[in-house]
Write a protein that binds this ligand. Structure first.
Ligand SMILES: Cc1ncc(COP(=O)(O)O)c(C=O)c1O
Length: 428
């Protein structure tokens, strides 16, 4: 680790939590330079939905490179990009009756959120955007203004303007949360927009995650999301769904909102959309809003990531039948069966989530840190999220083999029980 400690910026984060040098990786396992293997319940923060070095994607990329396929192309037309777009339209958009345009930008999630905010402001002529408590949307100034977490916001060094945060509509209130989350807050907001003496003006957009991943695995209720969509429609604001972490199959359907009865104006995708872990970001924009862009107005040198188009096209084959999504549903049951008994038997533990994103809220930052460290020692990579990092986030590759999933869950359960037993022992 010396080279990292001596020369890499103080900003490095994960290499402090997992202080080994990783070397190789295959599906849901990573191996360090000393040959120790780790089961991966983190999947690159939701990038590696199809596993490390997915063999189908790897082969497609190798073939593409060996045939001198264009690797970088700005936003020029390339064969790989054309094939990705066609497959996306045929596999994802058409079956849902979606007519959204595909907008590519610099290949990070934050960049897709920036573009979504710009088009909403352009399309409505309004500046203000409504985002939600505990929301996470990225680190560049526009998306950071929409990110709620003070730790990240403090790094901006300038005012983060033009975003208001309102209470999120959790289906299950987090332990100890008293922020007024739920549909009532939206009713009050709608009444304020309707009353010309309230001084409240409708925003350009409502920007929402259907499941707040970094925010602590908070699942929005269907009723709340539908109310939000109706309110957006009523006041002429865009509904932007940030599906960057929980889209691409994570919840058991391609989009996290597939079964929620909402029809977003803009959908932000990144992370898993590039399939193999190489970067890509993509916004789906309804044509009536897309027409407000002029050519190149939200440009970016790395819009033409052809290796990601090749791997991303392969990833879309998983949605030509229901095998992988059935596997996700099966794995989701295994995760629940392992973790829910902790909620029932231990005080101050809550389990939240959907599909293969599940949060184990242990209510305490030190405790979750201790569990992450103990899991890692025992060969499991798991990360924390939520307020103060008190929630353990289980997001393995969707393709994880069942024995790895069961082994990882067993490590997580044992480490959690041990950590909680120690705290109770100390308190007694
Ligand atoms: C929901 C959501 N939006 C946006 C982002 C930012 O993506 P990136 O780190 O690629 O900029 C993230 C990253 O974790 C995310 O989870």
């Amino acid at each position: 680790m010396e080279v990292f400690e001596q020369h890499e910026s103080a900003i490095r984060g994960y290499s402090r939590v997992y202080p080994v040098v990783f070397d190789t990786a295959e599906n849901a396992r990573q191996t360090d330079i000393n040959g120790k293997q780790y089961i991966d319940f983190f999947a690159g923060a939701g990038v590696l939905n199809y596993g490390h070095n997915n063999p189908r994607m790897k082969q497609a990329m190798i073939h593409y490179l060996q045939s001198n396929g264009v690797t970088h192309s700005l936003d020029m037309a390339s064969r790989a990009k054309g094939e990705f777009i066609q497959a996306f339209v045929d596999t994802v958009l058409k079956p849902r009756g979606m007519t959204h345009k595909l907008q590519f930008m610099g290949p990070t999630g934050t960049n897709s959120v920036e573009a979504a905010l710009k088009i909403a402001r352009r399309s409505t002529g309004r500046a203000e955007v409504v985002a939600f408590t505990k929301g996470f949307h990225g680190m560049t100034l526009g998306s950071l203004a929409a990110t709620a977490n003070t730790y990240f916001r403090n790094a901006a060094g300038v005012e983060l303007a033009n975003v208001t945060h309102l209470p999120f509509g959790c289906e299950k209130l987090c332990m100890g949360c008293n922020m007024g989350c739920g549909p009532a807050a939206l009713d009050a907001l709608g009444a304020r927009y309707a009353d010309p003496s309230s001084s409240f003006k409708p925003p350009a957009a409502f920007l929402v995650e259907t499941i707040q991943a970094e925010g602590g695995v908070n699942v929005a209720s269907k009723a709340w999301l539908q109310k939000l969509a109706a309110l957006a429609h009523k006041v002429g604001a865009l509904l932007i769904v940030d599906d960057i972490q929980v889209g691409c199959g994570r919840t058991g359907t391609f989009f996290s909102f597939d079964e929620l009865g909402i029809n977003p104006d803009v959908v932000c995708l990144a992370k898993g959309i590039g399939g193999m872990g190489t970067p890509m970001a993509l916004n789906l924009v309804k044509p009536e809003h897309d027409k407000h862009w002029s050519p190149g107005e939200h440009t970016g040198t790395f819009r033409g990531q052809n290796l990601s188009f090749v791997a991303g096209r392969e990833a879309l084959r998983y949605y030509e039948n229901s095998d992988l999504m059935n596997q996700v549903k099966h794995n989701a049951v295994l995760i629940r069966e392992a973790l829910e008994p902790l909620e029932k038997t231990l005080p101050n533990v809550q389990v939240r989530g959907k599909g293969m994103i599940v949060g184990l809220d242990v209510g305490n930052t030190d405790l979750s840190k201790a569990i992450v460290a103990d899991c890692f020692e025992k060969g499991l990579i798991v990360a924390s999220c939520g307020t103060g990092g008190r929630v353990l986030k289980v997001i393995p590759p969707l393709t994880i083999p069942e024995p790895d999933l069961r082994q990882g869950l067993s490590i997580l359960v044992k480490c959690t029980q041990a950590a909680l037993a120690t705290t109770q022992g100390n308190a007694a």
